[in-house]
Design a protein around this ligand. Structure first.
Ligand SMILES: Cc1cc2nc3c(=O)[nH]c(=O)nc-3n(C[C@H](O)[C@H](O)[C@H](O)COP(=O)(O)O)c2cc1C
Length: 151
């Protein structure tokens, strides 16, 4: 599949089969995300992999009850870690960390599509509740959730 076919193929999937995403596919998705460009190559973001059913349910509740989050096999939580960038770029680093996280999430979404997996970018959520549900470290701000599974 060419790159242009891939971007045409990708669309939001909000309902998933009860079938796990295998480790090889997950590793490919994470490798793709980590290949994304980042400001100053500082990778000022973190990806938290959530597979636990209870944690996914809590994330779904934090995302205003969106069922896609609870139904997915895995949910990737992309967080901006401003401190990794502000140490070099001062205030501007806050913006860079958000950009770093969003670009990585885009790469992950395209990688999932290439593997015939479905995903949806979820941006509507309560940040504090997501931080608790995903057990994010202090200084890690959730930017996007990416539920992934078999459509
Ligand atoms: C920043 C951002 C936030 C989004 N938030 C949500 C969301 O909370 N829930 C959801 O179901 N879709 C969400 N979406 C997905 C969009 O609704 C979707 O990408 C858009 O309707 C286009 O459809 P497509 O992805 O199938 O091309 C979000 C997309 C972006 C880029």
């Amino acid at each position: 599949m060419s790159f242009f076919e891939l971007i045409k193929k990708r669309h939001s999937t909000r309902s998933f089969q009860k079938k796990p995403v295998d480790k090889v596919s997950l590793d490919k998705i994470l490798t793709a995300a980590e290949s994304a460009p980042s400001a100053g190559n500082l990778n000022a973001y973190e990806i938290t992999v959530v597979k636990d059913e209870g944690q996914k349910k809590s994330l779904s509740e934090a995302a205003l009850g969106q069922t896609s989050v609870a139904l997915a096999s895995i949910v990737l939580v992309f967080s901006a870690v401003a401190g990794k960038s502000t140490c070099k770029y001062a205030k501007r680093g806050e913006l860079y960390s958000i950009q770093d996280a969003t670009i990585a999430c885009s790469y992950a979404q395209l990688a999932a599509a290439d593997l015939n997996l479905g995903s949806v970018w979820v941006g509507a959520f309560n940040e504090a509740e997501v931080s608790v549900a995903a057990k994010l470290k202090p200084g890690s701000r959730p930017i996007a959730l990416l539920p992934i599974g078999h459509p």
